[in-house]
Design a protein around this ligand. Structure first.
Ligand code: ATP
Ligand code: MG
Length: 560
């Protein structure tokens, strides 16, 4: 059995001591590394998504668990794609998820001078050189997985010449792409990352924090280990694709002189979710091409999209806990995330009656103009949430699906001649079906039995079906947005494709019991039998509420 397999305990997340990262840390703690310090290092080139949430929970969670610290660090060494909009959204999202970096908010760009000094030191020690190969030539010289690379003809430049050229690179004397600074390691290394990797490139680009102060920028593989070392990070947790870069990470830390308690890079498998695209580049394309309503479209897997949809921070943390941490890349079923939000909301969200597909029901023997209040529990799973009064009358709406003129077998809801219970009110029996000239059903007519009032102790007979309903005169009209997965395929799978689901959004006019009128933006409800809904924070108006369906009550998504 491989080491990885031994260490993976599915679903244990942070609380499980079987998580292999805990094992590493416990080893380190035994070796008297007595405090742990992690970091979450997003590049501010997009909004955070549910995959980032996994990394946030892991980094902040480990720090919390071991009484250590976790920094928030913007990995902003690449000037062209970054933006303050992202810097702000990232902070908002990390806070919303429930994590606190206290006073430790850092920018990798604030260490530009330090990276430069380390580069000078490497040059002086003969461990770095300025190379004039073009990108194409460099690719040729690099070799392949099976053949070694060749030394660059510029590899043996003198320290003086290298210092002079590198300082002139910084001074802006050379055009973009004309020269690089490379580490002098080993062009024959079996690990391609160690074949004299580029440390600096020339780019006359404006940077969002340093402006035009620099026209050379460090490569990720050079800057990242230095950022960690500068901040005293003990465990640098990253995703599996950096595994082969680890020798270079260690080389940079060591050669820069951080020899005491150097940061330790540990890789884990990134999160992939079914029917979900998580690549920031592809998410940005969806936004820029107008295929979604911004980064916070409720169908997006971004933290801001999930928040707007109605997900809670608790449900996302619970999800991250359940998926656990392993080294084996795998695809998690989106239904697990849906399960987590149902679990969180079931005892918390107020349960109300809303009709998404209205059908008029008239109780012909109920006095016209009479209104009676019936009492309903706010949450049957949580009696502490109390009760409320809901108006009942002669004209109601029920769901179209709750009536069948010619009922199929085992249909226990309303049909001609059949009796059902109206939730919290009376038994009614269908006596008539009113249709238009084309045969479409306009209304169903019923009679009610006054003896059967809910709570009256009536035991005369039983009915199988209970329907939810709203009063036609006192209901509130609102908009309900029903969602399905944004993607038909699994675009993050190696063979997956980004095929948009044409039916990912369905908008309906719905009727809701009047208690909803005071709903606040962002408030979450269970619509009886129809799922959990959240009042949209952007599009809702005081007299025109918009509800996003977070999730149906049972997993009933159409797309596989
Ligand atoms: P980019 O392609 O823009 O670099 P990225 O997904 O690596 O995208 P970063 O902003 O660099 O984005 O990510 C910040 C941190 O979040 C990194 O440590 C990264 O490993 C982690 N991370 C990103 N995506 C996932 C994911 N799907 N699952 C787990 N962790 C992730
Ligand atoms: Mg990255």
């Amino acid at each position: 059995m491989s080491e990885e397999k031994n260490n993976v305990v599915e679903g244990t997340g942070l609380s499980g001591t079987g998580n292999f990262i805990h094992n590493y840390i416990q080893e380190d703690l035994k070796a008297e590394l007595n405090k742990i310090h992690t970091r979450f290092p997003p590049e501010p080139n997009g909004y955070l998504h549910i995959g980032h949430a996994k990394s946030i929970c892991l980094n902040f969670g480990l720090a919390k668990l071991y009484g250590g610290k976790c920094n928030l660090r913007f990995d902003d060494t690449n000037p062209t794609k970054e933006d303050v909009e992202y810097v702000e959204s990232i902070q908002e999202d990390v806070k919303w998820l429930g994590f606190d970096w206290e006073d430790r908010l850092y920018y990798a760009s604030s260490y530009f001078e330090t990276y430069y000094q380390v580069a000078l030191k490497l040059i002086q020690e003969g461990k770095a050189y300025v190379c004039d190969l073009t990108p194409e030539e460099m690719r040729e010289y690099r070799g392949t997985l099976s053949t070694p690379g060749k030394n660059s003809p510029y590899r043996d430049r003198s320290v003086e010449e290298n210092l002079d050229l590198f300082q002139r690179m910084r001074a802006g004397e050379f055009p973009d792409g004309s020269r690089t600074l490379r580490a002098k390691i080993d062009m024959a290394s079996p690990n391609i990352n160690m074949r004299d990797p580029v440390l600096y490139r020339i780019s006359h680009a404006h940077h969002h924090t340093t402006g035009d102060a620099w026209c050379i920028y460090p490569m990720y593989d050079f800057a990242h280990p230095l950022e960690d070392a500068i901040e005293g990070i003990t465990h640098s947790i990253c995703t599996m694709e950096f595994e082969d870069h680890r020798p270079l990470y260690e080389w940079v830390v060591r050669e820069a002189g951080y020899v005491e308690n150097p940061p330790r890079q540990i890789e884990f498998a990134r999160l992939g979710l079914t029917n979900t695209v998580m690549s920031k580049r592809k998410l940005r394309a969806l936004v820029e091409d107008g295929l979604v309503d911004g980064w916070d479209d409720p169908r997006m897997p971004t933290i801001s999209g999930l928040r707007r949809r109605g997900f809670t921070p608790e449900s996302i943390r619970d999800f991250c806990e359940r998926i656990g941490v392993s080294k084996a890349n795998s695809m998690v079923d989106s239904s697990l995330l849906e399960h987590c939000i149902r679990e969180d909301l079931k005892g918390k969200a107020k349960v109300v009656m809303a009709i998404l597909n209205p059908l008029k029901l008239v109780i012909t023997n109920y006095p016209e103009g009479q209104v009676e209040m019936v009492e309903l529990e706010n949450n049957p799973e949580n009696p502490d949430m109390g009760t409320r009064q809901v108006p009942f009358g002669r004209e109601l709406y029920i769901e179209q699906e709750d009536f069948m003129e010619e009922p199929v077998k085992k249909f226990f809801r309303l049909a001609p001649g059949k009796e059902v219970r109206l939730k919290g009110a009376y038994f009614v029996t269908c006596t008539d079906v009113i249709k238009d000239e084309n045969g479409a059903i306009l209304e169903v007519h019923c009679t009610y039995d006054p003896e059967t009032k809910s709570g009256s102790g009536f035991e005369g007979r039983k009915v199988k079906g209970t329907l939810h309903w709203v009063s036609a005169d006192y209901c509130v009209k609102a908009t309900a947005r029903l969602y399905d997965y944004l993607m038909l395929d699994n675009p993050d799978d190696p063979n997956g494709e980004m095929i948009m689901n044409p039916n990912s959004l369905e908008v309906r006019e719905c009727y809701i019991e009047p208690s909803i009128a005071n709903a606040q933006r962002g408030e979450r409800f269970q619509f009886m039998r129809n799922g959990y809904f959240c009042v949209d924070t952007k599009d809702s108006k005081e007299d025109a509420l918009v509800f996003n369906r977070i999730v149906s009550l049972k997993s009933s998504f159409k797309v596989k």
